[in-house]
Ligand binder design. Structure first.
Ligand code: NAG
Ligand code: NAG
Ligand code: NAG
Ligand code: NAG
Ligand code: NAG
Ligand code: NAG
Length: 649
């Protein structure tokens, strides 16, 4: 049989039909949810970059290659767009969303996973495209072999297009991978100073076959992973059960999210740093989740390649713990974050690290937000012939950070992440990981791949009618900038060029980067806007000076009023909705002064309030703006504070 144009495979006869995976407890939800009106496709975080749902009329679950052939042939006949989706949908950009027009189907590989053929004599394994990595690895290890990393597919001229094809060439039905004789690995993590990462990383990568580095910038800590293959007869039966991918109690995941959210809303940098310090501490104590046996007892941890190379135990939560799940499960209000992943040519990477260190030097605590997740994870990849792969030896950096529940909510230190992102992708020309990242990372991506045109030629050859392409996949593959809407930079849908792309109402304006001056980032002006129109009116109040008292010995250092006890005055001003009374008060508390400016409407209702608490150093204030909530909290130093300063800063 001649291969149809859209089926990229090597025919392998497959005799066994076995179910390899049994899933229990609370595994991730299916990414495709259907009812009588149609289906909705999600990624594994439950939310796409643009936060818009992806509706598709129908999903098909082929179980064999014949069914797959039939489904594609029918779609072709009926001029339907087709996208393939996997069981877990781990691609974060909207590549898998077919089209909004309705003439489309999804092909899920969830049930196309029955066949794995290990060819021990030739050291290859061939599997149905829907097979999960865990099931594949377990099969390979049972045969006394190990999967290292390299794909293997003899001679096909389209292989370099197909290896990284983003689903736009066709459906991959079978994959053949090369194997090696079984081996073990020995892993030690060295939590150490980050002083020389930029000089050390290359040596480290050369010395250890499976090296990586996790860098926690706010902690000034680098974790070097010494990871090498050792012979099978080396003692040890360890497991790499990476802490971030373990099942977590749903209550804990929710409370971590709630804490992070509260700290964000309160603009509480110190709280975030405390959180980062404690998380890094837990990882150090638990060796990031390495287990010698059932627990971690000491380095090195030695185990079979199949148990050490990859992890993801939360995907297979146990039946006995249905209160557990992956921490990011979209059903539980758990972790919700962005993932940025940039791939650098090795020789440019040291300068990138130096720039990030310069940015950190301005205020190290600004980096705590990323250290709550996994800091900067630095990995090494070898050059590949894949047209959309890396044509040279490269360094990959992943960093995750808080994403707000609402797209319009600016995030703490978001300017820092935006500057790092733009530095990586535009100053150093890093390539975006195709399955992660926010939209801006893909701008002009095609110029970064020397073989991009060959990929496009292969796409034209295999799918002239663009059956496997959509507006969404075009947007990513061809790196086009979409129309710039209000607030688009807050979620990385654009790079800001005007304030309205940020959130001027909330004090976030479009400004240049601090180290990479060409960057354009949304930065909070440090000023809080409970209600900008009302705030402006208070500024003009005279006589509403708010003083403060020193916590030290109760000595009054206030200007504008005398005494350390209670002071208050009220004045009359106007607000957009009529007359308000603005009152300013200052009281002494055990920790220092508590100063407020209240705006009260004609019915006596509090419209908004700005209050300042003096902190123990005697000059820093924690200033909060209160509308119906405390919407903005910041800390500022001023030995001569008064109400004018208070509302202006
Ligand atoms: C069916 O799902 C769609 C989203 O795919 C949703 O908008 C609609 O309300 C659902 N209908 C019912 C009856 O649940
Ligand atoms: C950890 O790394 C530091 C810095 O490279 C080095 O001085 C130290 O010897 C290492 N510790 C171990 C246990 O390898
Ligand atoms: C492992 O096997 C090799 C031969 O394959 C032998 O030389 C070595 O001593 C063995 N090591 C241990 C710890 O048994
Ligand atoms: C500010 O207050 C005015 C009057 O109460 C109201 O109309 C306006 O929507 C408020 N603006 C914001 C950003 O809350
Ligand atoms: C205030 O906080 C509550 C509870 O977190 C929330 O439901 C409400 O939407 C918030 N209101 C505003 C105006 O942000
Ligand atoms: C309040 O402080 C500002 C400087 O922050 C100063 O310019 C202004 O004169 C002060 N106002 C009063 C009433 O002391």
């Amino acid at each position: 049989m001649a291969n149809p144009w859209w089926l990229l495979h090597r025919i392998i006869w497959c005799s066994t039909l076995t179910t390899l995976l049994t899933i229990h407890g609370m595994p991730p939800p299916s990414p495709v949810q259907c009812n009588e009106t149609g289906c909705t496709l999600y990624n594994s975080y439950g939310v796409w970059g643009d936060r818009k749902d992806c509706h598709v009329p129908k999903v098909i679950y082929p179980t064999t290659e014949e069914e797959l052939l039939l489904a594609v042939a029918n779609a072709n006949k009926n001029k339907l767009k087709v996208k393939v989706v996997t069981k877990f949908s781990h691609t974060i950009p909207k590549l898998a969303c077919p089209t909004q027009s309705g003439n489309a189907i999804l092909l899920s590989t969830e049930k196309y996973n029955s066949c794995v053929e290990v060819d021990a004599a030739n050291l290859v394994v061939t599997a149905d495209a829907g097979i999960g990595l865990r099931a594949l690895i377990d099969r390979v290890e049972e045969a006394g072999l190990s999967l290292v990393a390299a794909p293997y597919w003899e001679g096909d001229p389209l292989l370099n297009a197909a290896k990284v094809s983003l689903g736009v060439l066709g459906v991959i039905s079978k994959v053949t991978l090369s194997l090696e004789h079984g081996f073990k690995r020995s892993i030690t993590y060295n939590f150490t100073d980050d002083g020389d990462i930029e000089d050390e990383f290359m040596d480290h990568a050369k010395k250890h076959e499976f090296a990586d580095i996790t860098w926690y910038p706010s902690r000034h800590t680098a974790v070097y992973r010494y990871d090498d293959r050792v012979p099978l007869n080396t003692t040890g039966d360890g497991v790499n059960d990476f802490i971030g991918f373990q099942s977590n109690s749903i209550l804990i995941s929710k409370s971590v999210r709630a804490t992070e959210k509260a700290l964000e809303n309160a603009r509480n940098v110190n709280g975030k740093c405390a959180m980062a310090a404690s998380f890094v501490g837990v990882k150090k104590l638990n060796a990031n989740g390495l287990k010698n046996n059932l627990i971690f007892t000491g380095y090195p941890v030695v185990g079979h390649q199949g148990k050490m190379q990859t992890s993801g135990s939360c995907l297979y939560s146990s039946t006995t713990r249905i209160d557990n799940s992956c921490a990011w499960d979209p059903r539980i209000n758990g972790l919700f974050f962005y993932e940025s992943t940039a791939i650098f040519p090795a020789q440019k990477f040291a300068d990138f690290i130096r720039d990030v260190k310069k940015l950190r030097y301005i205020k190290p605590d600004n980096f705590c937000g990323v250290d709550i997740y996994n800091g900067f994870l630095i990995r090494f990849i070898k050059a590949s012939g894949a047209f959309l792969g890396q044509s040279e030896d490269s360094i990959v950096v992943d960093f995750n950070y808080y994403r707000a529940d609402e797209p319009s909510t600016p995030r703490l230190n978001q300017d820092v992440w935006e500057e790092v992102e733009q530095m990586a992708f535009f100053k150093y020309g890093a390539k975006p990981h195709w399955a992660k990242n926010r939209n801006l990372a893909f701008l002009n991506v095609q110029k970064k791949y020397p073989n991009f045109n060959k990929f496009v030629a292969a796409k034209r050859q295999l799918d002239l009618q663009n059956m496997f392409s959509s507006a969404w996949s075009d947007e990513i593959l061809f790196g086009k900038e979409a129309a710039k809407e209000e607030g688009c930079a807050l979620e990385g849908q654009c790079i800001c060029s005007e304030d309205r792309h940020c959130s001027p109402d909330k004090g976030y304006l479009c400004q240049p980067g601090l180290v990479y001056k060409e960057a354009r980032v949304c930065r909070g002006s440090g000023r809080c806007f409970a209600n900008s129109s009302a705030t402006a009116r208070v500024t003009g109040l005279s006589g509403a000076a708010v003083g403060y008292t020193s916590a030290v010995g109760g000595t009054s250092r206030a200007t504008g009023f005398s005494g350390a006890t209670i002071w208050s005055t009220s004045v009359v001003g106007t607000s957009a909705n009529g007359i308000v009374t603005a009152t300013a008060t200052a009281t002494t508390t055990a920790n220092g002064g508590n100063s407020k400016v209240n705006a009260i409407d004609e019915l006596g209702k509090l419209v908004w309030r700005i209050h300042a608490f003096l902190l123990l150093d005697g000059v820093s204030f924690r200033i909060k703006t209160f509308g119906s909530n405390h919407t903005c909290v910041r800390e500022q130093k001023n030995a001569e504070a008064n109400s004018t300063w208070l509302v202006k800063n």
